[in-house]
Design a protein around this ligand. Structure first.
Ligand SMILES: [Zn+2]
Length: 158
């Protein structure tokens, strides 16, 4: 499993990298569309008009993609408290509540009913289901790039 925080960092990086590229492409295709329309008006050649339509389609496709990229948000983070039963080893991650501290007793174990639940960890996590159920183009790209980097690292070592 990849650490989700690093995926988030990659998403931010990709956003910074791709938004200007998409904007430039959009402006370029719009410029081409206008130029082709002007050519069509001056020459009355139907071919310029169809080329302009094609270029307009391309620019609308790019703007749709740009909107998609802009909408990508980093997944929300959750602070969790990990409790463990001292008797049977049962573990449970709960949402952090103010005052949670390490080695604090948190009632009795729901599994064995005997042991005490003790706070063994407090950590920040990105909810798994957010990333898994709504995969977006950027997080997929980020995961892919990280996978390649990892493979390269493994090759160098091996
Ligand atoms: Zn227990």
């Amino acid at each position: 499993m990849l650490r989700t925080s690093s995926v988030d960092e990659m998403i931010a990086q990709l956003k910074r990298k791709w938004i200007p590229i998409y904007l430039a492409l959009l402006l370029a295709t719009l410029g081409v569309t206008i130029a082709l329309l002007r050519l069509w008006i001056s020459t009355n050649n139907e071919q310029y008009f169809s080329a302009a339509l094609l270029s307009l389609m391309l620019s609308s496709y790019i703007s749709w993609y740009l909107v998609k990229v802009l909408r990508v948000k980093q997944t929300p983070r959750q602070l969790l408290t990990l409790v463990r039963c001292e008797t049977c080893g049962y573990e449970e991650a709960r949402l952090y509540t103010e005052g949670d501290a390490l080695f604090q007793a948190k009632g009795t174990c729901p599994k064995c009913g005997k042991g005490d639940l003790v706070v063994v960890g407090i950590y920040l996590r990105v909810p798994v289901q957010v990333g898994e159920q709504q995969p977006n183009i950027l997080s997929r790209a980020a995961r892919f790039i990280m996978l390649i980097r990892r493979r390269r690292g493994a090759c160098r070592r091996g």
